[in-house]
Design a protein around this ligand. Structure first.
Ligand code: MG
Length: 295
């Protein structure tokens, strides 16, 4: 069972910061999921949103808050404090005051310093309905693949994206790097802009058949889409299931019982504890999860 910290460990420390990555490692994760975007000067940074959201960012005189990440240079982005504000929906999230947006290389270096067995799920952020992002798709995929080779994790990573055109490009450019097809409700449907070279109509709108056609070794569905049938059909085609974002003890246990291969969670401490409890043979939903109730 692969337990991956989501954006580091978003439930514990402000997302996509180096301290959040450290918190995930402290929790004992087997993998980390991060989001990658490209700056105006071609640097890869670990950041989820297309813009600097006011609820996450503080900038001198507020200047850059609201700006697009792809229109700012790395130096400009480094003037923004992305660690001081916590999000109310994560009551146990700790601030990381003064944290700056990190580069992909910095994040991976931190993880590699702690473990040489960590898996990296690198989400290439690309909205296929945004022409400006589409125009830079190839450059972003090339740079991401170059980076994973440069830091030497090309055998321990998934290139992961909702935009399956990213997966098409990655297959062409670096067929040996494993790919993970993200999906959520309505993405795999006829006429969807998210399915790259795959036409859902040709596959009866069956997402697992679509993942096989795109050549990904992992399907990464919203956990609301996961049931025994999806897991069985994926495994029948040698496709692993990496589901997200599972945070409640009952949901974590249910996903483990359904036989998923990996879970992306904001609370990797809880998930790691539940995996350990299961391997000890404790009853599902026993003490470990209870400790987190009322979080
Ligand atoms: Mg992500």
């Amino acid at each position: 069972m692969d337990i991956e910290g989501h954006r580091g460990a978003r439930g514990l420390v402000v997302e996509n910061t180096l301290p959040s990555m450290a918190a995930a490692l402290d929790a004992g994760v087997t993998g980390i999921e991060i989001d990658v975007r490209m700056t105006a000067d071609g640097q890869l940074v670990v950041w989820h949103d297309p813009v600097l959201l006011p609820e996450k960012c503080r900038a001198p005189r507020g200047g850059l808050v609201g700006a697009r990440v792809d229109e700012l240079t790395l130096d400009q982005l480094r003037t923004v404090d992305v660690g001081s504000q916590t999000l109310p929906e994560f009551a146990t999230q700790r601030a990381a005051p003064g944290a700056q947006i990190a580069t992909l290389a910095e994040v991976i270096a931190l993880g590699e310093h702690r473990s040489s067995q960590l898996w990296w799920t690198i989400e290439v952020k690309l909205d296929p309905t945004d022409e400006r992002q589409v125009a830079r798709r190839e450059r972003l995929v090339e740079a991401t693949l170059a980076a994973v080779h440069e830091v030497g994790v090309e055998r321990r990573c998934f290139l992961h994206s909702f935009d399956w055109a990213v997966l098409d490009l990655a297959r062409e450019l670096a067929p040996d790097v494993l790919r993970s097809a993200l999906t959520q409700a309505r993405h795999f449907s006829t006429g969807s802009p998210w399915t790259g070279s795959v036409d859902p109509a040709e596959h009866g709108e069956d997402v697992i058949a679509g993942v096989a056609a795109i050549g990904a070794s992992v399907v990464s569905p919203d956990f609301a889409l996961v049931d025994a049938d999806l897991v069985r059909r994926a495994h029948d085609l040698d496709i692993s299931v990496l589901t997200w974002t599972v945070n409640e003890p009952d949901d974590l246990v249910r996903m483990m019982e359904l036989g998923v291969d990996g879970i992306v969670t904001d609370y990797p401490d809880l998930a790691v504890e539940l995996v350990a409890a299961r391997s000890r043979g404790d009853a599902p939903g026993n003490a470990p999860g209870d400790a987190f109730q009322g979080r």
